[in-house]
Write a protein that binds this ligand. Sequence first.
Ligand code: ZN
Ligand code: ZN
Length: 299
Amino acid sequence: MTRSILAGVLILLAAAHANAAPLQVCALHPLMADLARQVGGERVKVVDLIAEGVNPHRFEPRPADLQTMQASALVMAAGKNLEPYLGRIRDTLQGVTVVEVGLPLPSLTVDPHGAVSCCPQHAVGTPDPHWWHGVDHMRRAARVVALAMAQQDPEGKTLYLDNAAAYGQRLDQLKRWARGELAKVPSAQRKLVTPHNAFAYFAKEFGFEVIAVGGMNHEQNTTPRDLAKTIEAVRNAGVKAIFPETNANTKILQSIATATGTNLGTPLIADGNGSGKDAGFEAMIRHNVEAITRALAPP
Ligand SMILES: [Zn+2]
Ligand SMILES: [Zn+2]
């Protein structure tokens, strides 16, 4: 009898715990969703607002998205002006904290090399929003996220900070591995020729140069003049391979590769919207490091 009462109480307790509403976090970038899951674990419910294949540079929240954000405790943006609509969101949402995860992290400036920026909003000379390609940046961002979650849910603070620290250790290992792999690329080949100026943080961390070339982007209309300039830039770089990106126009890229006698590398993941085995930050870095090493290191 006593035992069955005790068992009943335990079941009730377990049910009460299971029903404790998790902290709802709405992410405005696929990698912020991944980071929220790493740090929050089962204590948070993450809603990923950017659907697979949507370009985060072009995303504009619709009324339904605003409702989802309003129903969340936290909205996590990448920041550094990736989301120019944040001011409007802040004016509209009530009682929802909007966190720009990248805000406290050091910025790079969109480099004039090749004079191609990712989009009109991120012009040459403005802060480069693609901080999520820095492994150190992501480690620091985990702590930013842990503290933001703890502010909404103080009881979870230890868990969030512990998760962020454990994730940080994994990222340190990832960085050591990446360094080791990329060391196979000789210094003359340490150049990333890509259509979209997205890899500056990665390049800085791992000692590469980014050469963003025009006329290769799926969003741009390529004129013969663009193409001639691009071919010249690729010839001057003297690289073995150039890199398309997931969703980019491979047909034009293939003709540039043929004209310059270079190879087409495996498409790089630029804005974090990988899927399947390439989803999430660690998988993205592994994918990109492997693609770069395979294309630029001696066989
Ligand atoms: Zn952009
Ligand atoms: Zn981008």
